[in-house]
Design a protein around this ligand. Structure first.
Ligand SMILES: [Zn+2]
Length: 276
């Protein structure tokens, strides 16, 4: 396994690591320990990439259990994630590897350092339920916030010293909320509203390695109210077999795909004439 990870320091002690599939992980380096957030598709020696940046004691978490965040878990001695995500991670990381391999080939990703069977037989690593709500890294603190939405146990990570909020997959420029384990749009909006109560300036999502200004999250919240969904959402066919997926653009160039059958029930129509 080679290491073709690109590392960039986005803010002091905040590194974005991008694997050969284009998936982003975040490494937080304090004065006393380091924290790796997500492990990507697992084609690259992520441990080596981390060790090129820091020799501090390392803890590793997954924002949630999907395979694009966790296929590299087995490169580390253990990985912590919300208890609700343990079965999701164990399932996705094993069941999706063949699909990941196929996608990598279709995209022309160089896999010359891999034998297919070696990649497919890898497990999900040693998973542990995350039991703390923060880690003091020394001058940097990672706060873990339960943010059900994209999955039931999704975590956001807040670093007050950098005025930074990491949203995992709960908010991306393209947000997906239609997998069987996804919560409804109302649940995601409640999580976003709780996050908006925090004092931050920057948002770092999992699938886009730019620091976004805080207002993108407020705009997302405002543009996905039941009224806005009724007025602007359109069907998005073919996103997931058997699901009635709808699409709305919270702002130009941004998308939310959600499961319409998990959407908020419509409030009663108060304008309807009352029966005598
Ligand atoms: Zn995900």
């Amino acid at each position: 396994m080679e290491c073709r990870i690109n590392a960039r320091e986005l803010a002091p002690g905040v590194f974005c690591l991008t694997d050969r599939m284009g998936m982003h992980m975040t490494l937080l380096c304090g004065a006393a320990q380091a924290l790796l957030i997500d492990t990507g598709y697992g084609f690259d020696d992520l441990n080596a990439a981390v060790r090129q940046i820091t020799s501090l004691p390392l803890r590793v978490i997954n924002t949630h259990g999907h395979h694009d965040h966790a296929c590299g878990n087995d490169l580390f001695s253990q990985v912590e994630l919300a208890a609700a995500e343990l079965p999701i991670c164990a399932d996705y990381v094993v069941s999706q590897r063949e699909r990941v391999w196929r996608q990598a080939r279709e995209r022309g990703v160089d896999l010359a350092d891999w034998h297919q069977e070696d990649y497919l037989r890898r497990g999900c690593g040693t998973l542990r339920a995350l039991t703390c709500d923060r880690m003091d890294l020394g001058g940097l603190t990672a706060h873990f916030l339960e943010s059900p939405g994209h999955t039931p146990g999704s975590l956001a990570v807040y670093v007050p010293e950098r005025r930074l909020l990491m949203t995992g997959d709960d908010w991306n420029p393209t947000t997906w909320l239609f997998f069987p384990e996804a919560e409804g749009i109302a649940c995601l909006r409640r999580s976003i509203l709780r996050l908006l109560a925090l004092d931050f300036d920057w948002v770092l999502p999992a699938h886009d390695a730019r620091l976004w200004p805080r207002h993108v999250l407020q705009t997302f919240y405002d543009a996905t109210s039941p009224e806005q969904l009724r007025a602007h959402a359109v069907p998005a066919s073919g996103m997931y077999p058997g699901k009635r997926v709808m699409l709305i653009h919270p702002q130009p160039g941004h998308s939310l795909y959600y499961d319409a059958d998990k959407a908020e029930p419509e409030p009663p129509d108060m304008s309807a004439p009352k029966a005598p």
